[in-house]
Design a protein around this ligand. Structure first.
Ligand SMILES: [Fe+2]
Ligand SMILES: [Fe+2]
Length: 148
């Protein structure tokens, strides 16, 4: 597929690469949470099960929204997730998920700042919205972890 090059907003290759890094991470956690949702076990899993499913679906929507923005800006969205970690115990799963949400929060703050510097307010606005949801996910996972 040809790259789009008619966007009014022009951004650096570095920012496009960061958007692709974000997509790779969103794809990773969408699959990770889905498989954790499938493989949950034990009584405590009941509390976690539905959250993993709904957060997994939210991550897929993030991947799509970022991919649409990247494509508009002239980039090609990656199809490759960063390495997926499912885990064996519920505690192991949620510990890793907390770390992945922290990683997303750090990256999305960087992307928001970079986008503002480059005058791309739309990307900054998109990532501010997603960042708010990642902070919610982080809060959910850390709260769940307290009882595991
Ligand atoms: Fe996300
Ligand atoms: Fe998240």
């Amino acid at each position: 597929m040809a790259e789009k090059s008619d966007a009014i907003t022009k951004v650096s290759k570095a920012l496009l690469n960061q958007l692709n890094e974000a997509i790779a991470r969103e794809l990773q956690v969408a699959i990770q949470y889905m498989w954790q949702h499938v493989q949950w076990g034990g009584v405590k899993g009941f509390a976690v099960h539905d959250e993993l499913k709904s957060i997994g679906i939210a991550e897929m929507k993030h991947a799509e929204a970022i991919a649409e923005r990247l494509f508009y800006l002239g980039g090609i969205p990656t199809t490759k997730p960063t390495p997926i970690f499912v885990g064996n115990t519920l505690k192991e799963m949620i510990q890793r998920d907390v770390k992945d949400e922290e990683g997303a929060i750090t990256l999305y703050k960087q992307i928001t700042e970079a986008a503002i510097k480059e005058g791309d307010v739309t990307t900054a606005f998109l990532f501010k919205q997603i960042l708010q949801q990642e902070e919610d996910h982080h809060d959910t996972f850390t709260t769940l972890l307290e009882d595991l």
